[in-house]
Design a protein around this ligand. Sequence first.
Ligand code: PLP
Length: 376
Amino acid sequence: MINFNKVYYDQKEFKYIKDCIASSKISGDGKYTHKVQEFLERKFKAKKILLTTSASTALDMASILINIKPGDEVILPSYTFVSTANSILLRGAKPIFVDIDKKTLNIDINKIEEKINSKTRALIPVHYAGISSDMDKILYLAKKYNLYIIEDAAQAVNAKYKNSFLGTIGNIGVYSFHETKNYTCGEGGAIILNDESFIERAEIIREKGTNRSKFFRGEIDKYTWVDIGSSFLISDILSAFLLAQIEKMDYILEKRKCIYEKYYEGLKDLEERNIITLPIIPEYNKSNYHMFFILLKNEEIRDNLMYKLKEKGIQALFHYIPLHISPMGKKLGYKEGDLPITEDVSKRILRLPFHLHLTDKEIEYIIKSIYDILMK
Ligand SMILES: *Cc1c(COP(=O)(O)O)cnc(C)c1O
């Protein structure tokens, strides 16, 4: 079986974890957490990055930080992972779903403005597959209507929009280090704080609403409860694993680029024959090659291809059920037909196996299998 995903690691992960355990400091904000944060801040030229237990909890922190409250509205694509919307609902506010652009599969920049009203507080662009949303236009709208931008860069760690790393452009960004992402520690994430004014409160929210971070730095002589919060810190054991991963960051990126290009070259002919559509990386974007997907003509062809590939031992997958037509989305009042491009893409997309253990032979076998099934 060629798995859809398989974690890549070497001896370094074991070495750092062993050292972490031996140091007897395995809870949050230890040596390895600080090393990862400093590494990422330097690499991405970010003001402040704090590791969290996941991108989901980083999004929850972001909603608390910008004081999202009942009655507020937040604009986001429906074609995203559930956490983007949950972070809004958990503050009692309403997610306003916008359709996607059929080329980039990111939020359609031309459909945002019509959804903005006096209740709108923030925009959450999701950089799907490491492909950047059109940030200049999003920044323009945010400025014009005085809105916050929270970048869901869960899939876009180490990808760029023009000269800026994704996650560092909006007021706040989030990253994911889940097992399925490019750089991982199993479960983990980060919040990127691009406004100086958020940093102190973010540290408090992340430490259960206490000013413990200040206490550990020796800035105050006792710590206490000062705000709302929760336990958003990651264990230092996971940070140790993550440090080993991000030290291989550029190697992993290069490898992923090679796999992406092999798929692209191999499948180009099917696109030229108008049988499939391949992903597009806009010229303003430097991708992190998070994913390789193809778009088929319709749902039946997609499902048939997926099952036939499975019979050949190849695990190809699709996602997302659009949030607006999921059971929860329907409870919020959305219905089928509201966002036609999102609904169409979710029926036609197929994601191919993508991980560093894939061999050239396996990639060739996957490409040949796709030809054999689609050309029959
Ligand atoms: C993976 C993902 C998340 C959630 O990440 P976790 O670290 O698993 O919480 C959020 N948004 C998007 C777009 C994702 O792909």
